[in-house]
Ligand binder design. Structure first.
Ligand SMILES: Nc1ncnc2c1ncn2[C@@H]1O[C@H](COP(=O)(O)OP(=O)(O)OP(=O)(O)O)[C@@H](O)[C@H]1O
Ligand SMILES: [Mg+2]
Length: 247
């Protein structure tokens, strides 16, 4: 049966050696949404993202991307995903232009085109400057450009706001909204800070003790908790369920 989920994670567990990091986790990312994945440092956000893109294999459970099983159809799925996970690596001696050209050639598509993508992330004019000489924020912008340039259906962005200045944060926020509205992308992005995603996400999933304890529609919860929104999420992130029962 077709589901309306871009990403569906069911009963996922992951252990490293004998340590259980992800524990019977379920997660549902609707098509066309911006899903904010909230969790404390070390809670397992990056681990789940790596499992989604097939960099790590799960100990148990399934991950489906547009109804395709990540384990069985990895090649097909990779074309539909763009990702930025942890600090992005590049060909350091090459320019942003050449790095993106190589990526597009590898993905075998024209996508947005190199110059349009650089413009979209505010990196136009970097010309021949090697990426090795980029600032942290510039690297982050280039990592974002590389994630979406091939026009994937799903964008997986691990802490995409890292290293960006306030204007960069605002620009990227607008860009992400544009990519969902104009290009129909689904965006899953992680953060450990609510304020980074509360103006952006339609849905929020909260990862606590290795499992998504709560999945809520942000506009709905904003209406109910309004100025106490931060308190609400702090409470859920510390493992409390006083409020969570409501949803
Ligand atoms: N390859 C690995 N081997 C052993 N333990 C690992 C490995 N990768 C991650 N872990 C452990 O899994 C837990 C979750 O790490 P993860 O990087 O997924 O957290 P995170 O939510 O992304 O944290 P942060 O907000 O700091 O980025 C941590 O305790 C980490 O030490
Ligand atoms: Mg992480």
């Amino acid at each position: 049966m077709e589901s309306n989920m871009a990403i569906k994670i069911s009963n996922l567990s992951k252990s490293f050696a004998d340590t259980l990091i992800i524990n019977d986790c379920n997660m549902n990312v609707p098509h066309g949404s911006i899903y904010g994945f909230l969790g404390a440092n070390g809670s397992g956000k990056t681990t789940i993202f790596k499992i989604i893109i097939g960099l790590l294999s799960p100990t148990n459970g399934t991950v489906k991307i547009m109804d395709m099983d990540v384990k069985k159809e990895r090649k097909k799925i990779l074309k539909e995903i763009g990702s930025l996970i942890e600090a992005p690596t590049f060909y350091e001696h090459l320019s942003a232009i050449d790095n993106l050209k190589i990526h597009l050639a590898y993905m075998n598509t024209k996508g947005f085109g190199v110059f349009e993508a650089l413009d979209m992330v505010g990196l136009d004019g970097t010309d021949k400057k090697p990426v090795g000489k980029f600032s942290l924020g510039m690297r982050q912008r280039l990592g974002i450009a590389r994630a979406f340039i091939h026009k994937p259906q799903i964008l997986i962005l691990d802490e995409p706001i890292n290293g960006l200045d306030p204007m960069g944060i605002r620009d990227m926020r607008n860009l992400f909204i544009e990519l969902t509205r104009n290009n129909g992308m689904t965006i899953l992005l992680s953060s450990h800070i609510l304020s980074e995603i509360e103006h952006l996400a339609d849905m929020i999933g909260v990862l606590v003790n290795g499992t998504v304890l709560l999945e809520v529609s942000l506009p709905k919860i904003k209406k109910q908790y309004d100025v106490r929104l931060e308190d609400y999420f702090f409470h859920v992130m510390s493992g409390g369920n006083k409020y969570a029962e409501t949803y």
